[in-house]
Design a protein around this ligand. Sequence first.
Ligand code: ATP
Ligand code: MG
Length: 1579
Amino acid sequence: MTSHSLDVYGKGTAVWFPDDKEGWTSAQLVSKDVSGDNVKLTFLTDDGKDVVIGTTLTKLSKTNNAELPPLRNPPMLESADDLTSLSYLNEPAVLHTIRTRYLQRNIYTYSGIVLIATNPFQSVSLYTQDIIQAYSGKRRGELEPHVFAIAEDAYRAMLRDEQNQTIVVSGESGAGKTASAKFIMRYFASVDDKDRSQDVKKSNATTSGMSEVEEQIMATNPIMESFGNAKTTRNDNSSRFGKYLEIQFDKNQNIIGARIRTYLLERSRLVYQPETERNYHIFYQLCAGAPPSEKKNLELGDFTQFHYLKQGGSGTIPGVDDAAEFETTQKALSVIGITIQTQWQIFKLCAALLHIGNIEITESRNTAMVSETDQALVTATKLLGIKTADFRKWLVKKQIVTKSEKIVKDLNAQQANVVRDSVAKYIYANLFDWLVNVINESLSNEEVAKNVSSFIGVLDIYGFEHFKKNSFEQFCINYANEKLQQQFNQHVFKLEQEEYVREKINWTFIEFSDNQPCIELIEGKIGILSLLDEESRLPAGTDSSWCNKLYQHFDNPTHKKYFQKPRFGNSSFIISHYAHDVEYEVENFLEKNKDTVPDEHLALLKNTDFEFLDDILTKGSAIAAPAAKPDAKRSSVIAKKPTLGSIFKASLISLMETINSTNVHYIRCIKPNEVKVAWKFEPQMVLSQLRACGVLETIRISCAGYPSRWTFDEFVQRYYMLVRSKHWGPDTKKLCSVILDDSIKDPDKYQVGITKIFFRSGMLAYLERLRLDRLNECVTLMQKNMLRHMHQKRYQALKASTIKIQALYRRRVAMSELKRLREEKAAITIQKNWRRYIQRKQYLRAKKAIHKLQTVVRGVIARQKFEVLCRNAASTKIQSVYRGWVARRDYKMTLKRIIYIQSCLRRRLARAELKALKVEARSASHYKEVSYKLENKVIELTQNLEQKSQENKTLETKTLALESQIKSWIERYEKLESDSNNFKSSTKQSTIGIDEFKTLQTEKETLESRYRTSLENIKKQDTEIQRLTSEISKKDDEVARLRATAAKYKGAEDPATVLALKQEISTLREQLTKVKSGVRGTSPPPPHRQENGFLTAAGSSSLKLPSQSRRPRRHSSAESWGPNEAARRKPKTSVDLVMAEAKKPGLRPVTVSYTQMNVPKIKSPGGRVYLPGVEDDPEEEIMKLLDDEDTLDEEIINGLIKSLKIPLPSLQNPPSQKEILFPARIISLLAKQMWKFGFIKESERLFANVMKTIQEHVMDFEGDEAILPGAYWLSNVHELLSFANAAERDMLRGVNPAAESGGKAFEWHDYERLVSIVKHDLESLEYNIYHTWMKELKKRLFKMVIPAVIESQSLPGFITNENNRFLTKFITGPTTPAFSMDDLLNFLNKVWKAMKSYYVEMSVIQQVVTELLKLIGVTSFNDLLMRRNFCSWKRAMQIQYNITRIEEWCKSHEMPEGTLQLEHLMQATKLLQLKKATLGDIEIIYDVCWMLTPTQIQKLISHYFVADYENPISPEILKAVASRVVANDKTDILMLDATPLEDSGPFEVPSPRDVAPPDNYLPAWLNLPHVKRLGTLAT
Ligand SMILES: Nc1ncnc2c1ncn2[C@@H]1O[C@H](COP(=O)(O)OP(=O)(O)OP(=O)(O)O)[C@@H](O)[C@H]1O
Ligand SMILES: [Mg+2]
């Protein structure tokens, strides 16, 4: 075991050595020699001194290492926020941790269940409402240590266990007890418990957000402080009494009352103040703050006037304005319910006390004297309402009552002074008790008492005190502290023990120094107090006789441990308290204990005229008396009156009973320096306080047991690497035992419980060291492998590149060789070719010469042969020519002779023929034949013509038939028109029955169908005409052709017939053209009629459309057709007739009318195509509909608002504005109608109802459900507002909405008023909807922000688990966040989508999104600031990733500037990710995070959770960062102003929209007949 312990002392180990000034100083082990049994350790302290420790192993094991210096914790732990998490828990470690934290501006530190609060002596930004809210609902340990965490803890424990709670705040004077207690009270008064029902809380809230009771409770502070606090050397606002405040809660955990118990007011302060100290504040306040008139009445002046106020010599406190404080006190008194009159009576009493102090007592011949005219005496008695003479008498005299007589004795001056002061003290003490009583009555009356279900008590009581001279007060205080310490120790033990038992581990109880004997010594049956009481009752009892009695009783071996007699003198005794030995001077013990006023004075005061004084005396003593247990039979007044000691003892015992019946929480306040300077730390002073407040004692206790404990999971998680991976498995318990067996040899060092492993102190450090070594080993191994890998890679790369270089070089050499070879080859080729060229040239030249020679020779030979051939040819020719001439001469002669013979013969033959022909030529029958042929031709033509005229005639008859048909149509039409007229008149006379209507309808339908058939007929005839026309034109052509043939035979034909034929043809042609033009003329309408709007209407008359009959007067067809009258009356030809008929109104626009017939929603001028007969007077109908207010209201309120199915938003396929804004448009339409018909009052009612309903309706939705209706109605209300705006604009222009309508009388004035009211109301409604909606959105979002942005971890590689291993007592495992980023973004999407698709203005969208983003930014930033063990690098990564997602969202939703709202959070995450190793890094942080205040940066850096692989932030840096925090700088805030959920700031109503024209759109599924009908009528 020893060697193991010595193992820890390795080279470089840091240890602590005691130091006079610093408490402890740090040192490092520089060398360690173990030779045999001898051990020699050399240390080097921080201030450069060597310390050598020489010992032996045997000695070490015997003393349990007592000789070795305590070990210092690793730096990472040195600012741990829980002392019990320290690996080495020893005095220097505790001191150092508190000191380090204090210098980092962390004033709170946990020590297990205790909160240690070090007074900052400066206002720190730790107590704002946001922080209160931040701690609300949080488990302890989740956030950094804080007094609020303790308060919250108590509150939760009260709820959970239904048990009363006590928070004990202790510490020495000026350590901050009262301040802490006040913070706790404020916490309870102002925390808004999210779990608690809001309604109850809000119902009686005042402006400050607190309920009346809560305000009253807070008001007790200034009262108690002004009457019970005073300036002392140690504290400018020192409480001179102990206080136990019970805050009472009812069943619903609402604060309903409070009760104060006070302990031991320091009475002597009233009459005496040491140098630089003051009396109770109230007196100075009164002197400084009373108005002149009152001052005059009470004869008050400056404090220097009064003996009781000026003894300390300093009447003012720097930084405190007594006059202002006086006002505060008065206000507080009023809040408590003390009337102004009573207040002035209190002050009057105070003034009287001051005057009593000024009564001058002189002495002559050992007798005290008071002048009869002493101004102070007179004033005092006057104010007190008692007889001056009596008072004066009993000031200087004393009455001794013996059995037989009463003796009056003179007092000396000193005695008289004592009497005077005792009267003053008596009155003041009673006044104080009375005040407490009044407060209690006001805060906890019977009514309240009945409803109290539990309470939380806050005990603010003086801590352990020891001065050079200690008196009765110190004795009482220390007695109280002994009792509290005992309770504390027992509590700690109990907790410790409970845990051991719960975990079923083997444990032997550690012995601890119980201070029961010491308490027994003081309060026992024969104890110091009882002896004191006994002595007090003896008439002749004195301090010294009492002291002797003490010596007799206790100066013996049995009490030696706690009571000692000082070595010198007999006027004091020493008690060894748990914290320190204290020597008490016995002087005045008796006097102070008796605390009496002479009976004569008592009687005198009782008989006062001043009722108030009487009141407080009776009430005051009534309160004090029952506190002490009634002693046995009492006969005299003195015997009856309990002593101060016994009162105190009784109240203390009752207090302890209360405390013991409650669950206790502890706050220990530490005063870090004597001079009350901010951030100054005096180690020795703190050490003594740590001892005195029992922190060190508890640490010792827990060290004796098993201070460190881990759950199996946590243990495995941290130390799994200590064993080989083959052991790793899901069974953590087994793995734990493997790890433990492997690493801890000594089984006494740990215990395995049911869920946890318990370690003795120091084992953590040991395990940590093993872990570190193991990790280092692993890291080295990994480094080795990594380095090998790297070098191998490098070598391979080198090799590869060498080979590459070689290859390149070789290639280069080969290439140059190749080049050489190529050049050689090329040269040879050139030579070869050159030679070839020369040789060839020579050869060609030779060849050419030879050819020339050959040619010349051959030429000569050929020429000679040619000459011979020529001679032969010439001779042959000559021969042939001659022979030819001879032959030709013979032939010609023969031919001449033949021809002569022929001609002679022929002449003879011809002469005979001629004679025969001359006879025959005389006959003329030939001509006749020709004429006959022509005649035939003419006959043929005539026949043809006759046939044509026949055809023409048939055509004409056909045309005539058509005309007659048309005429009959016209007749029928006219008949129908008259019918319809009749019909109309008959409708006017009586309502046509539905049957008749139906018959008419069918008639109409048959007519229509007939009309359609005739139309078809006309079409058919049209085509027939066309066919005939083309036939005629064909015939025409033929005639022309024939005429041309005839022309040829002009001379022979009969001109008359031809002429007749010609004429006939021309008539035919004329007729033909006429018929043609007639047929074509029916289609194009004449332009002037097209412009005539009536045309359509007139056209429809042929359809018997009702509209036609409605307005006959205005649109008479006769007028309209005037210009064509002549044309109609005089038809010239049959074709003209046809034309004229065609132009008649009924026929021409037929096509137009026909198409109209087919369109279902035809709009005739009257706009109605339905329900003939009902629509007669729409105005009247509208009026009627408007008159039926109830139905209309019902339809609008219920149908259009309450039960409206809101169209779902969609961005892909957004609904049109018409589909979204129809409720608003319908309502405006109705309003318009109402105005038009003068329904001003009704419209006002309608608007009021609508607005009310919308507002209520929107408020009905909560959470996610509120998104759609909110946006929807926001948009609709804006639409309505735009309508109202438009109406107002029109109104200002003087447009009368009711113009030309026959409604009610229109009151312009009413209308004006209505429009402005409606506009204003709509504006407020929009504003309200926006705020209600935002409230819901924010409430919903608020729940999501922290889980989603701060807690969720979406980057897989960076998951962290902050589950703090040391706080497992309080925290139960990590939980997955309730919301993810997806949820949050979905929410934003939903809101965005709703607003976008409901046409909410962009400016509003921006406002909404900005507000929501602000909520996200501020809430998460504030949460991050308060997190503990959370702000790590990995977390920052996660959060930044989350922010980036929001950023992306903003960018993709047209709001890139929205991210500005997240700037704080962004910078905070940056800060967490930046390096924090040097001061330079810190400078960079300040630059980068320019938006964060020094306090915020300090907080984040000091919270930075260092990972295993990081170096802890050096204390220098932490100190440097802390020093940047500017004290009392208002701008240097910690938490950002939280965006209130209730309030979303000013809402800027967007500018009005362009109002769309009235529209009666209603979705088909809405069944609102009235509204629909009205809408249709109106448009
Ligand atoms: N948390 C704190 N923040 C700021 N200042 C503090 C805090 N705690 C104490 N102080 C300062 O210390 C002073 C003394 O505190 P306080 O009056 O609470 O001491 P105390 O313990 O009640 O002393 P006493 O026993 O004399 O009544 C306060 O007036 C205040 O200025
Ligand atoms: Mg105090």
